[in-house]
Design a protein. Sequence first.
Length: 557
Amino acid sequence: MYWNEMPTTFVLPQGQNSARWTFVLSADQQATVAQENFDRAFDFVAVDDSEGLHQNHSRIFRSWVWAKGDVEIQGDLYLQKVIRGCLYYLYTSLPSHSVHSPNNQFYGLSPGGLPNGANNSDYQGHVFWDMETWMYPGILMLRPELARDMLSYRIHGIEAAFDRAAVGGYQGARFPWESAYTGIEVTPVICPACAENQQHITGDIAYAARQYISATRDTTWLSTPQAGTIYTGLDFFLEMARFWNSRAVFNSTTQRYDINGVMPPDEHAENVNNSVYTNLIASYSVHFARYAACLIGQDYETLVPDSWISQAQNLAFPFNKPKRYHEEFDGYDYQVETNTTDWRGVKQADVVMLGFPLMWTMPDDVRENDLLWYETVTHPNGPAMTWGVFSTGWLDLQQFTKADELFNKAYNSYAREPFKVWTEVQSGDGAVNFITGMGGFLQTILFGYGGMRLDVEELRFQTPRLPPGTTSMTLRNLNYMEMEFDLALNSTSVTVAVISTGSHPLFLNTTNPVEEIPLTSGISVSFYPQEFTIFAADDSNCPMLTAINVDYSTTKK
């Protein structure tokens, strides 16, 4: 690190009512690079008493950050500031692609951003599922090159994931619950169940990588060794699928496959069998490995055998058929007394994540029952990202009053003045600055009110809707399969304005009226708010995904 000394005392000359002091710090893994960058920064400081440095920073931020991925809101200035704050804190924790020096290997995002880990606060800078599940999707749709950097950290640590699986007697890659520079398991001893049982993180990572391929169709990433390793993106998928295949055991009584001894996203359930969330995301991992192999012309039936697919389709899937809601795990029987301090309910969003972000298809009444029941039993002081998931669920069901209520709850109790810093829970405890909550909130904006649904071979939009109290919203510089576009929304129209296109011919389908419109650079298409789809003409013709066989039929009396 190189820095200039900051005075311990600041004295204004007599008759002068303002002055400026500038502190510069440069850090790198190589001393020569750190010194060179320090000298370059100081060149700006020397111009007009640091004004040059400030102006340059502002110019770069406008051109390389806000112009490359932003959300603009009219009608609610406070909400606009909160959204900008979320984007700012996430972007400034990620690598820059506009710097003088080449980027180093990226080592992941911690729930507290760039934290102070020396005093055991803010999760000590460790990387959890928070990065892939909560922070990643919004970054992917705005800045896919940064999303690729986030995946790079996981591939960089895949050897440690092989070791983690082998320790438990399993095959393939099992990623640790908490990791850092080396990629090994670093979960503190205060939570041994977290380290051993939070295995859904391997499915979360696979699902994020699936989203990356769905959004970019980056076959080069799939077929080329990544992050200074010998492993390709396809190897990444295959080894995570191999872990899940080795993890499940056949239950001769139910004729299903069980994944036992896990902790679901709800950390109050420390050791349970067949977490419905875990089993679904495990199934997704196996199915997409076959799809990815097909996408680059590999022998997918050999790489992902039919026996793996059959097992993935027949994982246990706890569903209470008489009450028509998904049980969190086998034997789920929470009874919560909310007037006591001994809270025995759900810590955070869990089962409700089946509907979003996992986009599991289910009858509307089942989705509604899940939302109603799990809101009742979820801790009211729980982590910030929880309530946006509920809001998105109610938006899908077109119950807008309920959606708006939970949307407001998703940020008003967590963002703190004056700099819109988020706390992990409403009481102000936990990690600060909690970028996990920010990432979840951005998903509520982009995927909830913006309506985006990233399917494997199309970008589908539920009817976009304005957030409460706003008059217009523009999702600036969205990315899909090399196309950059703006999505603008007001109360009477949706406009898709194409900035640039890539190698994939893309089309937009509307339903009222029924139209199929080629999307070319510079075209702008406006229509009444409705469902619509953007898709590529060059369909992959690869086997479409299925997950778990579930019977949702009603029981006749």
